[in-house]
Design a protein around this ligand. Structure first.
Ligand code: AMP
Ligand code: ZN
Length: 141
């Protein structure tokens, strides 16, 4: 399954170029064209899924199985001491390409990427209400 208008489907098909670093029957990985750090790599399934919301669990399982060796290679070659694995889902999260992908972003103590969480807090009872909502939503699936 592929989408004619999808740039990552075109990369998977080889109809537009990318600097590939990994290929398997189900997935490919290639360098991000606009890296947050040298070695910033994208891992995608060959099949077109938009995001974590529509990918079948078995496809996601196979895809994520490629993350450990890829992460080790990206860290080794980039000299990173850490790595962010990031999957954006939806425009509000920053997703720009609507073909499921994992970012592997090399990190060092000195980098200026500024990926730091502005952690919040729950008001009284809000955490329990959230827990109940999530338990119900999961039961309903
Ligand atoms: P996201 O914002 O999570 O959808 O990330 C999309 C990523 O795809 C961005 O980091 C882009 O730099 C990257 N990207 C877009 N087009 C290409 C391309 N032709 N080759 C490699 N990376 C790309
Ligand atoms: Zn696609």
């Amino acid at each position: 399954m592929s989408d004619n208008s999808c740039i990552f489907c075109k990369i998977a098909a080889g109809s537009i170029p990318a600097l590939r670093v990994f290929e398997s029957p189900d997935a490919i990985a290639f360098l991000d064209i606009a890296p947050l750090a040298p070695g910033h790599t994208l891992l995608i399934p060959r099949q077109h899924f938009q995001s974590i919301l529509d990918v079948p669990p078995d496809v996601l399982g196979r895809l994520s199985g490629h993350l450990p060796p890829l992460a080790r290679a990206v860290m080794k070659v980039s000299g990173a001491t850490g790595l962010n694995v990031l999957q954006n889902t939806g425009e509000s999260s920053g997703q720009a390409v609507f073909h499921l992908h994992f970012h592997l972003i090399p990190r060092t103590e000195e980098d200026q990427l500024g990926f730091r969480w502005n952690a919040g807090t729950y008001g009284p009872g809000e955490d329990k209400a959230m827990q109940a909502g999530l338990l119900m939503a999961l039961k309903a699936q």
